[in-house]
Write a protein that binds this ligand. Structure first.
Ligand code: DGJ
Length: 734
């Protein structure tokens, strides 16, 4: 007898299977896709299909028998959660040492339960159990139907008499049997974050991992793209966009097996991470979040953007504040008077808020450079004799809100905090300290440190309830990983990397329980952190300290594969040689901010910025909440073009840039075909963000049909003299 279950409101419930009795098929479905798992007669659970959803769920039963792999490895390679130490000889998803010291593990399907929390989401929980040892594994698949997004995680429970050591505990173990896989991984460095690299996966294992501890995605990213059958394309082909949603060490293994199928095993990096699970306890892994699309990366990104805004990013469907930041305008050199002047500049520019950056704290060790003061979160009395409260009031009087920078997970050795609480610092006591930006990381596995970090934020808000924004920075990696707290409590040191991240999440959970709404920017000395677990607590993130606008065209393009524009902070600075218009136009494709000396802007530059901010306020809803279309890739063209379309298709924006001037006179010789409009609608086209004294080369207000704009296209006339062009496309309502 065969049994099939699929996610449907009509068939929900707990389904058990008994050895040798039946073959169970479980389909995890979204609107378009299905991942099908099947337990065989021995109750070994395998992934038998990952592809388009079938009309008749009963058809999933017949998938496995259509493959004719030679005996032996097939059931090993496609195991749904591959155990180590028994029959499997390929990369495992889980590896344990049992309470009695034995290393072997086998996992058999026991039951599964499908629930449907609401019309768009489903949760499938599959229970596996070792037939010999009392160790249970539960595989979870949460699906968002409309967005085609799946979140997968695992829970491991120790029901043995003594502690079990988890040597490896992956979040997900997927299997794809299409031929030819292309992986785009994202690698980088400080100022060069998230650089895409596409490669064809050949037989063997390609590993992308991080061991940095805190700003874990600085050199390699937990975001990835897999394209099936050929390199990834924007508007065609089957692709998967995925991310391990974990703000610490991660490992992504892409293994092409001997049948040329792809095994994908992702999770917390097992490096120095053996985790002792006490009897009666469970361990929940982080999630792998992914989406699949049959029509290329463009659609896949829009699915992820919609999902993130609606279900994951804090206040993803809400508003954001435009701002003036003082970091690059003053660095550490400011006082109350200078700041009061900057509040007025912020107002004059027309932004919503002033953001005070690093350097406002520390007295015995004043924070006048990055050598000292980190950890001592009291206002510096010389710079700010009347404290933060006074600044909040002054800003309000000037007509802007006030936000503040903190870096609460870190400490300078030159600080009161370091002198008072050396045991709170991650360091090897018997070795010389090794610094990253002259600082060390606090031990967030320690509940006292968690209280301290929570207290920094709580204290700021308690004393200054009108504080409007927090920029949460994190500039150091973990060197000399060692926790005095874990040692004192006889907890293995190999828990540190994991407990650090869990400690961080628990502090953020407390902050959000008390301050649910206040916008917070996640910053990590550039783009060292941005994932869909930590973004439950943040409204936005800082993708890189590199704000040179041509670099930003590429960087924002790459981040946009995974994150919606509302989450990406884009500041206008003095980096590079591009004119102010170019810089503002590029930053207007994300959440706009400024980090310039506004008082030094020429009259025309200031007038341009003021108008551009007004324009931004008029169209930001489309950039933040609309659909994004990457039209012209900067990697393949001398011009780049990105379009945003409102949900109701009544308005759109086309951003276009000349980013390379080798042998180019006209960068857009041909029109650019727009996307996402309504073919039947009429649209008026108007160039905006024109620099004072310049005129558009386009006919103002010219009317086109959506049909024309999507098939013939629109030429923004990007050239030497017009390196940056924004066009507003508004429906003409008769
Ligand atoms: C690194 C951040 O990326 C910058 O924006 C700035 O906040 C500095 N830290 C301050 O130290």
């Amino acid at each position: 007898m065969k049994s099939i279950s699929f996610i449907s409101p009509f068939l929900l419930g707990l389904i058990f299977s008994f050895p040798g009795q039946s073959q169970t098929t479980i389909a995890v479905e979204t609107a378009t896709y299905a991942i099908v798992l099947q337990a065989d007669k021995e109750n070994m659970l395998s992934t038998v299909y990952c592809g388009n959803k079938l009309d008749a769920p009963a058809d999933y039963n017949g998938i496995a028998e259509t493959s004719r792999y030679p005996q032996g490895n097939a059931g090993i390679y496609n195991n749904a959660y591959t155990p180590a130490g028994t029959w499997n000889l390929s990369e495992p998803a889980i590896q344990v040492t049992h309470a009695d010291g034995n290393h072997s593990l086998d996992l058999k399907y026991v039951s599964h339960l499908i629930t449907k929390p609401d019309a768009n989401t489903s949760l499938t929980a599959i229970t596996l159990q070792d037939p010999v040892y009392k160790l249970t594994v539960q595989l979870f698949y949460k699906t968002w139907n409309k967005e085609n997004v799946i979140e997968q995680w695992t829970e491991i429970s120790n029901k043995e008499q003594g502690p079990v050591v988890l040597q490896k505990y992956a979040s997900a173990n997927l299997y794809f049997s299409n031929k030819d896989f292309y992986l785009t991984s994202f690698q980088g460095e400080y100022l060069k974050e998230l650089q895409p690299m596409e490669e064809k996966l050949l037989q063997g294992t390609r590993t992308i991992d991080s061991k940095l501890g805190t700003r874990a995605m600085l050199l390699a990213s937990p975001n990835f793209m897999v394209s099936f059958g050929g390199p990834a394309k924007e508007n065609s082909g089957t692709v998967m966009l995925g991310q391990l949603a974990w703000s610490g060490n991660f490992k992504l293994d892409f293994e092409v097996d001997s049948y040329k199928n792809l095994r994908l095993i992702t999770g917390i990096n097992p490096y120095e991470a053996a985790y002792t699970l006490q009897p009666g306890k469970s361990f929940k892994t982080p999630s792998l979040v992914y989406t699949l699309s049959n029509t290329g990366t463009g659609e896949a990104s829009r699915q992820l953007h919609n999902w993130a805004r609606k279900y994951r990013l804090l206040d993803g469907q809400g508003e954001r504040l435009t701002l003036l930041n003082n970091w690059e305008a003053t660095y550490f050199d400011f006082d109350e008077n200078k700041l009061s002047g900057l509040f007025k500049d912020a107002k004059k520019l027309g932004v919503d808020m002033f953001l005070l950056d690093d350097g406002w704290f520390g007295n015995r060790y004043p924070r006048n450079n990055d050598n000292a003061g980190l950890g001592d979160w009291q206002e510096n009395v010389k710079k700010l004799p009347h404290g933060i409260g006074y600044l909040v009031k002054e800003a309000k009087a000037a007509g802007v809100k006030f936000g503040i920078w903190i870096e609460p997970e870190m400490v300078n050795p030159q600080s009161d905090l370091y002198e008072k609480h050396l045991d709170w610092v991650i360091r090897q006591p018997q070795r010389p300290e090794k610094y990253y930006r002259n600082q060390l990381v606090l031990d967030l596995s320690n509940p006292e440190v968690q209280n301290f970090v929570f207290g920094i934020v709580d204290d700021l808000f308690t004393k200054n309830p009108e504080l409007a924004f927090v920029k949460w920075d994190c500039n150091a990696v973990i060197y000399n990983a060692y926790s005095a707290y874990l040692n004192k409590n006889k907890i293995p040191q190999t828990h540190l990397y994991t407990e650090y991240v869990k400690g961080l999440y628990s502090v953020l959970e407390r902050i959000r329980a008390k301050y649910p709404k206040v916008p917070m920017m996640l910053c990590s000395g550039g783009g060292g952190r941005a994932d869909y677990e930590i973004l439950k607590y943040f409204t936005e993130f800082w993708p890189s300290d590199n704000t040179e606008p041509i670099e930003r065209i590429f960087l924002q393009w790459d981040y946009s594969y995974f994150f919606p524009s509302i989450a990406i902070d884009c500041h206008v600075t003095d980096w590079g040689k591009q004119p102010i218009k170019f810089r503002v136009d590029v930053a207007s494709m994300g959440k706009l901010g400024f980090d310039i000396v506004a008082a030094k802007l020429s009259e025309n530059d200031l007038a341009f910025c003021q108008q551009a901010i007004k324009n931004y306020n008029s169209f930001k809803d489309i950039v933040w909440h609309g659909d994004q279309y990457r039209l012209l890739s900067p990697y393949e063209n001398t011009a780049a073009a990105i379009e945003y379309v409102s949900e109701d298709k009544s308005s759109a924006l086309l951003f276009s840039y000349l980013h390379s001037n080798r042998f180019v006179i006209n960068a857009t010789e041909r029109p650019i075909q727009l996307k996402g409009l309504d073919a039947a609608k009429k649209y008026a086209v108007k160039e905006i963000n024109l620099y004072p004294g310049t005129k558009s080369t386009l006919e103002d207000g010219k009317i086109y049909s959506g049909d024309f704009l999507m098939n013939v296209g629109l030429n923004p006339d990007v050239n030497y003299g017009r390196t940056s062009v924004i066009i507003q496309i508004n429906e003409v309502v008769k």
